[in-house]
Design a protein around this ligand. Structure first.
Ligand SMILES: C[S@@+](CC[C@H](N)C(=O)[O-])C[C@H]1O[C@@H](n2cnc3c(N)ncnc32)[C@H](O)[C@@H]1O
Length: 279
């Protein structure tokens, strides 16, 4: 049985809003587009939707399953990535850091050597590989489930993917890398309550809580590993929580391995990532 698409969207939007979904109209449209096999902007060309199938998707979303798990895809810069249970869903906050690093790479060597530590779906590594022609990109992920998703996303891209611990990976590249970029786990354990249901219940635990009690364990590890991997003058970029705009720069300034330590904000004006150059 089918129903009028406009009416179905209105009902679904109200239901998602009531369930506490942050962007109910957008999600209702995305799920309808997914079901109809079209892009969201093409919905105007459709008048009807399968009632039972749409109802099932909306019920799942109202139960706070992530939108991207229901559609199987996530958008990141110019990419559409395959995602699902077992991998962190890439976030818009990370796009700004990646954009700055891409600009930096465009003014450097023709075939820069780049390492993405904690790659998850491969979003960061794949953006750099596709937007910086000539870049030689390595991606490192320790969690086998997340690594499997990265395999899917990176096939044919030229990115070299390693199932390895970012704290010790790629010793063979020591002192030769032009850029190390990372969006590691960084949420402090005490922030558990404030994390959205979709994230808390569905993003994999190693992607969220691997930073330990203060959230800084992996950031300290990335600082140390980038210190080993980068050549003199090489750039490190690392994402952090908005509450870590002072503590993360302190980690880098305190090690004596860096100059030009700078913290940057995301599009919402929140402290979000650090860059520094290897001395
Ligand atoms: C916050 S997610 C970010 C994923 C991806 N970079 C992105 O921005 O969408 C952090 C990722 O780091 C991985 N990870 C955690 N500890 C790690 C370690 N010691 N070595 C390598 N990867 C690690 C997690 O499994 C997860 O995929």
């Amino acid at each position: 049985m089918t129903e009028d698409l406009g009416a179905a969207l209105t009902t679904a939007t109200a239901r998602l809003a009531e369930a506490g979904v942050a962007s109910p109209r957008f999600d209702a449209e995305e799920l309808a587009a997914h079901l109809l096999g079209v892009g969201r902007t093409e919905l105007v060309r459709h008048e009807h939707i399968d009632t039972a199938a749409y109802e099932k998707l909306i019920a799942s979303r109202a139960a706070r399953r992530p939108l991207q798990h229901l559609t199987g895809r996530a958008y990141f810069r110019y990419l559409t990535l395959a995602v699902g249970p077992g991998v962190f869903i890439p976030r818009p906050e990370t796009e700004v850091m990646v954009g700055q690093v891409i600009e930096h790479l465009r003014t450097g060597p023709a075939q820069p050597l780049v390492v993405d530590l904690c790659t998850g779906s491969g979003a960061v590594a794949l953006s750099i590989a596709t937007e910086v022609p000539g870049a030689r990109v390595h991606a490192v992920e320790v969690d086998p489930a997340a690594h499997d998703w990265a395999v899917r996303n990176l096939v044919g891209s030229g990115v070299l993917l390693h199932l390895a611990d970012a704290r010790t990976a790629l010793e063979e590249l020591a002192g030769t890398v032009d850029v190390v970029i990372s969006n590691p786990p960084y949420i402090p354990l005490q922030a558990w309550e404030s994390v959205a249901t979709e994230v808390r219940d569905h993003d994999p635990a190693p992607a969220l809580w691997g930073g330990g009690a203060d959230g800084l364990d992996m950031i300290r590890a990335v600082e140390a590993r980038a210190g080993v991997l980068l050549r003199r003058g090489g750039l490190v970029a690392v994402e952090h929580a908005d509450a870590q705009g002072t503590s993360v720069p302190a980690v880098f300034r305190g090690s004596g391995r860096w100059r030009a330590v700078a913290d940057h904000q995301d599009l919402a004006g929140r402290d979000r990532y650090l860059t520094a150059l290897r001395v």
